[in-house]
Design a protein around this ligand. Sequence first.
Ligand code: ADP
Length: 514
Amino acid sequence: MGDVTLELIHRLANVLLGVSALTVAALIVVEIGRRPTRRREPLGIAFCIVFLAIGLRAAVRVTLEHVPSVPREAAATVVAVDVLAAGAALAFLALRRRYGVFIESADIVREYETEYAAKEREAHALAQVNEELRRLDELKSEFLAMVSHELRTPLTAIVGYGRLLLRQVHGPLNAKQVEHQEAIFRSAQRLTDLINDLLDVSRLEAARIELHPRATDARQVTEHVIAAVRVAAQAKQLHLLNELGESLPLVQADQTRLHQVLVNLVGNAIKFTPAGGIVRIRGGRHNEQVWIAVEDTGVGIAREELARIWDPFYQVESPMRRQHGGSGLGLAIVRRLVELHGGLVRAESEGEGRGSRFSFTLPIATEALRPEGAPEPEAALEPVLAGREVLIVEDDEASQALMRSVVEDVLGGRARVCADGEEAVREASERPPALLLLDLMLPHLSGWEVARRLRQHPATRGLLIIAVSALARPQEREAALHAGCDAYLSKPFLPDELARVVATTLLSEGVSSR
Ligand code: ADP
């Protein structure tokens, strides 16, 4: 190839290279300027500078007279490189749209990364808040357990002495005294129910109630419920009808909780139905569920109230309802318990004065009815202790005196009392009693530890121990039994209940192997 031709190709290539490189540089500037974000674009700027430099260099080379000072034999290579560079620049121009896409994708990636980092920070903050809430919830639960313990302890004395007075253990009362005593007793009972409801609501909200569902005969549970509320219904001359048919399938339910649901609904029906009315319990099968409804002919519920009555503490205000008190927690507990079983609740009423219908569903049992275990031997209220000694370990003086009264006046035993855990272990080891009534929250040594130590000591290994505590949560009951207690009675208790637990424990000792 001659020098002239080479020179021509060299100039042409540099013209193309210069024009295209400068165009590319300009396009990059435009592209960067057009982007919505004001962020710097280092890659774009670098490209822009490179193309600007290539363009300027090409422009300078176009104006040179000869192929720059390279040996003649290398001149062809220089020209070839210039041609290739021009080709590359043109190709880049052709592909500039892709470059736009590239910049945009880089933007999206960067935005995504920033967003991701922000989300990660948020998630971390949320996890911290969650942890804090969980801790607060635990504190609330501990606080409730503690408060209910503190409330139950004095209630034990009120309820217990109230019942002892009503039983006229210490001599006859006149009619006025009985009436007042009954009022005190009823109020104390209501307070106990309220504390139990509060504990239940908080446990249900924290999903801390464990169900033990098994095949359950809802008809039989309803019979027990009717027996429990019969006196209240009779006082208002209400007709209580269990209309659950024999063909009703068994339900898969926790028997105690089903009883609680029905007591609440039937209790409400009795409360809100004027004298002479009817309360019906009906039921049937619907697909794989059983429905049970409690219907009454009472005061009814206005349409706009129907959804709200399930909220905790909500009560419909009306003179008839206000006569009855209550906490407004019953239906909230009913709903949560039913939902925990996988069922639904529903309230219906044609309006005020036209009765109400509360219904719920439960799953049909997946297993057959299990035979009940051998019934606990029911002990009569006789002086079963017959002069035997009972060690009462209790630091609350009112509870001490109440237990002493039950042990001595009702059960015919002899009571020794101590108020401290360490002293209890010493006392029981030195002079083992026939039975130990053991509070759990004791000074110096907890009741659980007292039970554990007594079980380890040969002289007291076989001692009968009944835990009597205001701690009402299942885990505390289980811990007491695990530590070696033979039975558990929660405060407040009725003297009859304490007497029964003592009698039953003595009886089962007679028949058990230990
Ligand atoms: P409580 O009975 O302690 O007030 P509940 O949660 O059981 O609390 O009931 C909430 C409210 O729903 C009641 O105060 C009452 O206004 C209304 N209610 C419940 N059952 C009935 C019923 N059978 N008839 C009319 N109103 C009812």
